[in-house]
Structure formats: C-alpha cells, structure tokens
Design a protein around this ligand. Structure first.
Ligand code: TXA
Ligand code: MG
Length: 316
C-alpha cells in the first residue's frame, strides 16, 4: 500500500463533488454518517474494496455494509420484501442496516459480501452522506474509518490520526451525532438481530409485530469472518500448491499455468478483489481446488486467513 497525501475536504458542494469523483475513480474517501465516520469505496469495484482492507490493516475479510441514498437504490441490489419495507418506512434514513438476499444483476463486488449470498444495505440520515451517495449514484461500501482493532472514529480528526497517508481524502463535517454503529437486522430468513445499535430490538419488534431471534455473543459478529453461512466451497481445498495433482483445478497467483489466476502480475489488491468470485467459479467445476502460495504480507494476511477457512475440515 502506497503512502499518499490525504486531502481534507469541506462538506460543501465542491467538497462533496470532489469526494464523489475520487470514489468513482476507485479511491478511498472517509465520510461522516450519523453513527460513525465510514471508510468508503465504490462497492462495484473489487480493487477499491480490497484497498479498504489494506488501509485498515484488517487481517480477515468481513462482509461490509453497502450504503445507498434511497430505498429505490437499495432495491437495485437486494430482493426487497414487505418486512424490509416496514422497517425502511419506520427507520430509514437512519442507523439501521438490513441484510437481504442479493438479487440477480446486483453488480456488487463479492468482496463486499465476503462471498455470501446476502448483502447488508443502509440508507444513512446524515445530510452530507446523503448528498455524497446521490452524487456517486451507486453503492458505497464502508466499514468504520479506523485501523483494524482501534476505536471507531466520530470526528475527522480521529480518522486522520488512524488513516493519514493511507486514504485519498476525508470529508469533514464535524462530530457524528449517534457515535455508535447501526443496528443490523437479518431479513434473509427469520428476522434476527445481528448487531445491537441505536435502534432498539423492541422498536424493531414493534414495527414488525414479531419477535427477533437473537444471536448469542460470540456466535456471529464478534467473530469476524466466522458467520455460520459463510461461503466455503463444496470441493476440498489444498493450499500452497505448486502445481495440479490428479483432477484438481488450480487457482493461481503470479506467473503460473492455472485454471484461473487471482493476479498474474502478483498484485495482492487484484487477488483480493477476485478471491470470492473465483472460488465460486472453480467450485462449479465439481473438482478439488488447489491454490498457489500467496505471500503472507499486507493483504496476503487476509487472503490466507480466508483460504485457510475454506480449506479447513467441514463441520457438516
Ligand atoms: O453504523 C454503521 O453501520 C457504520 C457506518 C460507517 O455506516 N458501519 C459499520 O460497518 O459499522 P462495519 O464494517 O464496522 O460493520 C459491518 C457489520 C460487520 O460486523 C459484518 O459482519 C456485518 O455488518 N455484515 C455485513 N454484511 C453482512 C451480511 N451479508 N450478513 C451478515 N452480517 C453482515
Ligand atoms: Mg467497525
């Protein structure tokens, strides 16, 4: 990851237009929401999303929230439902994230969903976030704008302390009002509280007219990348493979003869962007999957973490 000059942008029309342009170019921009500052990237651009992990130094791939300007924008990416509409009517724009099934032609990078068949979507209420999302006119993936393992940022100064030189710009609009991440509700199956937040479970249950199932702490979101439904290929996976054995398909890295190459030029950003999509693709062959060695530095840490999970013995 290269050091860069992190611009400070004022949250006026010019600053928002510049931030939107940087995002469209595939660069990272931190922006205010009513909960915390988010570290944004164009959710349709896998390499831009991979750069989020590099900038945060995150050692594993967690699915990310896609931020959009409106219900109509959300509906381009997920299968909408009556329950989603009820919650959106009550709490959007605002600090509530809904996890819904991806819809065909959703256009979102598989690095945003970490290979899941669901997508977390949120319409933030912050006027600057709203204006930015309308200007980008596309989904913006954004975790909190802090280095991995550090406290979530609620001011532009916090963002600069943690990420100065690692991102293109910070859109500064003062402190965040809520200061706590959004409540996450899963609607892909039985309605479930996936992460508590500013909107309470009681408020959500009142609107839905039904109880939420709760995940025990440690079940899900406290164990990054260990979501129960997390994608693992059906086929066995063999790591650090120099070449194919038997009827294996080879997922390559660097200048090797293989079935699909994560990055011929050995670029970890490109490899991260391709990882989940290529695993899905090779899994369709019904043959065992061998994977080239991936360097263990930078984004390679997260890539190898995910590959080890994919190669681990299955529970079921
Ligand atoms: O308030 C917020 O939600 C902030 C601001 C920036 O919007 N964002 C935020 O993102 O907190 P992050 O990446 O720190 O948390 C996203 C959480 C993760 O714990 C992830 O596991 C969960 O959302 N998540 C994302 N997609 C999911 C999915 N498809 N299924 C289940 N959980 C998902
Ligand atoms: Mg966070």
């Amino acid at each position: 990851m290269s050091l860069q000059n992190t611009q400070s942008l004022t949250a006026d029309a010019a600053g928002i237009a510049t931030a939107a342009e940087l995002l469209r170019q595939g660069l990272l921009v931190a922006f205010p929401t009513e909960t915390v500052y988010g570290l944004g990237a164009d959710a349709r651009n896998g390499e831009a999303v991979a750069a989020i992990y590099a900038a945060k130094g995150r050692p594993s791939f967690n699915p990310l929230i896609a931020h959009v300007a409106s219900v109509e924008a959300a509906q381009r990416h997920v299968e909408w439902s009556d329950q989603a509409q009820q919650l959106a009517d009550a709490f959007w724009p605002g600090p509530l994230t809904l996890v819904l099934p991806l819809r065909a032609g959703h256009g979102v990078s598989s690095l945003v969903t970490a290979g899941l068949d669901t997508l977390a979507v949120r319409v933030p209420a912050h006027p600057t976030a709203q204006a930015l999302l309308r200007a980008v006119d596309g989904p913006v993936a954004a975790p909190s704008a802090n280095p991995s393992g550090r406290i979530s940022p609620t001011t532009a100064a916090h963002v600069r302390e943690g990420l100065d030189g690692r991102i293109a710009a910070i859109l500064d609009d003062g402190p965040c009002a809520v200061g706590l991440e959004s409540t996450i509700v899963g609607l892909a199956g039985t309605p479930a509280l996936l992460r508590p937040g500013g909107v309470t479970a009681e408020q959500i249950e009142y609107v839905l007219g039904t109880k939420l199932s709760h995940h025990k702490p440690g079940d899900l979101l406290t164990a990054p990348g260990q979501l129960q439904s997390h994608y693992a290929p059906d086929a066995p996976v063999r790591l650090n493979a120099e070449q194919r054995r038997g009827d294996e398909v080879l997922l390559g890295f660097g200048p090797v003869a293989c079935d699909l190459n994560l990055s011929e030029r050995g670029d970890l950003l490109e490899a991260a962007a391709n990882l989940f999509a290529y695993l899905h693709e090779l899994d369709k062959s019904g043959r065992p999957i061998a994977v080239s060695p991936i360097p263990g530095h930078g984004l390679g840490v997260a890539i190898n973490d995910r590959l080890r999970r994919a190669a681990a013995p299955r529970n079921s």
